[in-house]
Every structure is written in C-alpha cells, then in structure tokens.
Design a protein around this ligand. Sequence first.
Ligand SMILES: Cc1cc2nc3c(=O)[nH]c(=O)nc-3n(C[C@H](O)[C@H](O)[C@H](O)COP(=O)(O)OP(=O)(O)OC[C@H]3O[C@@H](n4cnc5c(N)ncnc54)[C@H](O)[C@@H]3O)c2cc1C
Length: 612
Amino acid sequence: MAGHCRAMAARLRAWLGMGCPSCWLRGWHRSPGLLGARLAHGGAADRLQQEYDAVVIGAGHNGLVAAAYLQRAGVRTVVLEKRHVLGGAAVTEEIVPGFKFSRASYLLSLLRPQIYAELELQQHGLRVLPRDPYSFTPLLEDRSSPRSLLLGHNMTQTQQQIAQFSQKDAQAYPEYEAFMGGLVLALDPLLDAPPVDTAALGQGSLLQRLRALQALRPLLRAGAGSWTWCRSHAASAPPGLALGWQLPRYYEVLTAPISKILDQWFESEPLKATLATDAVIGAMASPHTPGSGYVLLHHVMGELEGRRGAWGYVAGGMGALSQAIACAAAAQGAHIFAEKAVCHVLLGRDGRAQGVALQDGTEVRSKLVLSNASPQITFLELTPQEQLPKDFIQRIRQVDTRSPVTKINVAVDRLPSFLAAPNARDGQPLPHHQCSIHLNCEGTHLLHQAFTEATHGHPSSRPMIELCIPSVLDPGLAPQGCHVVSLFTQYTPFKLAGGQPWDEHARNAYADTVFDCIEAYAPGFKASVIGRDILTPPDLERIFGLPGGNIFHGGMSLDQLYFARPAPSYSGYRSPVPGLYLCGSGAHPGGGVMGAAGRNAARVALEDFRRL
Ligand SMILES: Cc1cc2nc3c(=O)[nH]c(=O)nc-3n(C[C@H](O)[C@H](O)[C@H](O)COP(=O)(O)OP(=O)(O)OC[C@H]3O[C@@H](n4cnc5c(N)ncnc54)[C@H](O)[C@@H]3O)c2cc1C
C-alpha cells in the first residue's frame, strides 16, 4: 500500500517539478466543482434575481448559517461569495492532485449544538470523526527512548501519562478539568444571544429598555450557571470550595496570563506547555500575556457528540461542514452563488441599506444586508464612509488584527514515525497519529521565546507546531497509503523586520525551519513530503479576507469581546447603517467554527424585518 503511494508520489514529484519547493503547487488550486464545493441549483436558483429580502455578503460558515435561519423564517435570501469555493475559512481544497486539505480551519468542536440540530446537518451530510486520544506531545530528550505525553478521554490512562512527569499533577488533573468545565458551563449561555444593549438600557424608549432587559437574561443565567455548577459539583469540589471564592478564581482565569493559572495547578512543563497552546492559538500572545486564559476557555467551550471540550475531524474536511450548512439553506430555498464579489453596499436616500453592487456591475436589491466579511472589509471597504460616524470608523481601524499564524498543508507519502513512539513495521496508524501533535512544547518558555522573536519581526526559529493528520481517520482525503498533514504554526509576524517582504524566499525559509523541527522529532518526515501549501499571515489575508491574517477576524482579547466586539455600542449585530448587519466572527462571540454569530445575527435581523 505504501509502495503504491510512493510510486504515485514519484510520478507527482516528476510532474510537479521539484526544483523550487514553493512551485510544486503552482496551478493546482483545482476547480471546486471537483469537490462539489459549489452548490448545484436547479430552476430559478440558477439565476441571480434582481431583488431578495436579504443579501448575505460572503459564504463563510457564519454567512451560510445566517442564510439558513433567515430563509427558514420565510425571508427570501441570497448568499454572494467572492471566492470560487463556499465556506470561507472552513473549506476543503484539493491543493495537490488527489489530496484534499482542510486548507484553513481543520478541527471541529465549537459549532453550537443548536445549529447542528435545528439545521439538521446530519441529514445534510455532516459526519464528524471524534478523536480519542486527542493530544500527543513527543519530547526531544537526550535518552534512548524519549518520553511523550498522550491525553485522552479515559481519565485513568491520562493520569498515568501525566504521572510520568509528576504524580502531583496527575492527581490535580481531574479537578482542573472540572474547574474549567464549571466556568465553561457558566459562560455558555452568553454565546447564543447578543450582548446586552447598554445604550438602550440607559436611554432607549420603554420598549427598547424592556428588550435590553431581556438580553440581560443570558448574563444572569451565566452567573446562575456557575452557581448551579458549584452546587452540583459540591461533593467533588475540594473541602471548603464554595461559590464565595469560586467567582474570584474564575475572574482570575479570565484576566490572568495562562502561565500563572497553570503554575497554580501544575509543576510539569510538558503538561503546562501542552495546555497553554490552547491559550495562545491564533493570538499574538505569549502564555505570559494577561487575558490568555480566556482564549484557552474559548477553545474548551465546544462539544462533540455531547462530550464537552472534545475536538474532531469533519469527514471530507471542513468544507463538508460548510457544504452541509449550504445544503440546509438551499433546501429551504436560499440561493447561493460563488464567484460573486460584492463591491459595495447600496444605500437609499434615507441612509438605509438597500442591497449590494457586485464587482461586475450587477445590483441586487434587498431590505436587509448581512455581512459575513470582516468588520474591516464591511465598514472600511464596502460601506460608503460618509454614512458612518467618524468615531466608529476609528474604532474599526483600531481593532487589533495582529496574527501569528502560518498554516502549512503538506501531502506526504507515509505516516511520520516519532522517536518517542515509533511506527510498527507495517507503517499503519497508531493511536497518537489521530491526535493534535504538539511539537516544541517541552516547556512554556519555548512558546514565550517563539513569541518574543515574532514581536521583533522575525519568524520563530523554534515555532510552536500543532501537527494533525486527518487522513488517519478519514482515508478518503489522500491516495491509498498517503496522508494529508496540517501544520498550524506560530509565531510569524505579518510584517517582517526591516521591511523584508514575505516573498517566496521568506516563505520557503520559514517552512524549511518548520520541517527541520519536525524532522528532529520524526526522522524521515522531510523525505516523505510530496507537496506543500504555505499560508503566511499576508496569504491568509489575501486569499481568505482575514484582516492581518487574523484567524478570528480580530483578536479575542478581553477588550475586543462581548460589549466591545466589533466596537462598543455596536456589539448587537446592528451597525450604524440601518438594515446593515455583521454576521461573522468579527461580531460576538468571535472566531472559530461556531456559527453563533450567524445564528444570532439572523435572529436580530429577523426581528427588525418583521417591524419593517
Ligand atoms: C489557518 C486557520 C486555522 C483555523 N483552525 C480552526 C480550527 O481548527 N477550528 C476552528 O473552530 N476554527 C479555526 N479557525 C478559525 C475559523 O476558521 C474562523 O474563525 C471561521 O471559519 C470564520 O468564519 P466566518 O464565517 O465568520 O468568516 P469567514 O470564514 O472568514 O468567511 C467570510 C467570507 O466572506 C467572503 N467575502 C469577503 N469579502 C467579500 C466580498 N466583498 N464579497 C463576497 N464575499 C466576500 C470571504 O471570501 C469568506 O468566504 C482557523 C482559521 C484559520 C485561518
């Protein structure tokens, strides 16, 4: 089987030309039709109409979710996507012939369970592949068989793994998990409703005040959630742990550097570094940065098949999720088009949004316009500036979009064999191959060093690497015996020191650094590579429309969340332009493949539509 793949790899290498590695892929962004990414329509839906009730700009997963909910409520909706493929940052693309990559996002957990059920995504083809074990951290050590840390859902086995490094940490781990679980449960209700409209509470009409009061309910429930959780876990909580001092501890998790929180719980560096990766993922932040605790929470907030905090692969890649949402929307009657770039939002004399103009000059009229594009594209590029308050424009300009992420998608002709857990002779997948494999995670100091280099404009010399091999659970993604490898790496600054461009040389030099690191843990990796797709922050901005390459449309720091996302007083999906709404990750509750912003925005827009 491996032989089959190697022969194919040799043919591919010859065909693609191996002179300059970054050229291997040129010309191989295959037509989405081959992946079924463009939705097949029939009849009237084949043609773009001149008028709809609602236009959604962008077919990211949030835009598709918003369209599905609007259309379900009887609002005639069209989605217009500028790329050739639906899904935004949740896409499957065949970058190397025969290899299907989740080109940007690659793991699912955060998708709101209501969306899964209400849009009947399973019936529309969504299949998730849970992972257990889920985290593997091999170590580079000067000993004949280096150690590794494998975390999974079986608590006894996980504790045994942790005990290799610290008995004390092994004992503390279940309590840490329960503690974090309590906070997640408390915050959960806040995700599915707009933040409280403080302006309406203070100065609105009686009706507006009543509505704003209603929006207080999730906040109150959040408090009650932590209270209920504390009571229900009273037996397992340590003696004396009660609500009175639980809340200050939760407050600390939200505001402190994650290194401080983890130091309170644990002493073993590989465990702390592994847990800290969730607190810095996608953020230009070190584990020592205050507020990194919230990012960690954001990443343990999800659930998969009822299991809190679990992450899994989507069968067929992340594009299959977007496809399922698009099918749900289309089944209700929504029209969805790719390769329709919106050029600007049309405004009436009264300043209301009236539809959009496309780059090809076509105009589409509508009563509602929801934008799934980032706040920066929506308000600084697509909306006539004279219609927006100056301080609002200023706020949007100030959104922190710094991003450390470079994603590298790699096609390989065999599975990596780690020194810490070598492959068997048959080369078949072992349990750790399905995990998020954390490299350069021997200690939190390494993450901090990698961050510090990037703050000086240099890509990390020893980057934080999360390596995933989804084809281990989903073999259809690659030819027989071959695999797709996803490398989520940081830290790489958007702007390089000395004004150096992120040109071919810089991109390949960074990818080579990453590959050298992997080679140290898994000798033979470099020789297994057939093709690679390097997406630096400027590439993520150019291809996916992510401002500054920020994977969340804007940092998830506390000053850019809830009331302040995307700007204070505009966190409720409405914008200064009546009839124009934000429905993507730049709105509450932020980034990740969650769908919450799309669902919440659709509900707000629907409320207004009914009053028109
Ligand atoms: C490399 C990477 C890895 C990630 N990994 C994960 C992960 O594993 N799990 C996870 O949960 N999250 C992950 N994320 C984050 C997550 O993918 C995003 O936060 C989320 O997909 C954003 O969804 P969205 O619908 O809000 O916006 P987007 O997906 O950004 O969609 C916006 C859409 O609008 C379109 N658009 C923009 N301008 C126009 C225009 N003028 N006209 C028409 N269309 C336009 C864009 O082309 C795009 O399709 C990752 C992100 C990246 C980049």
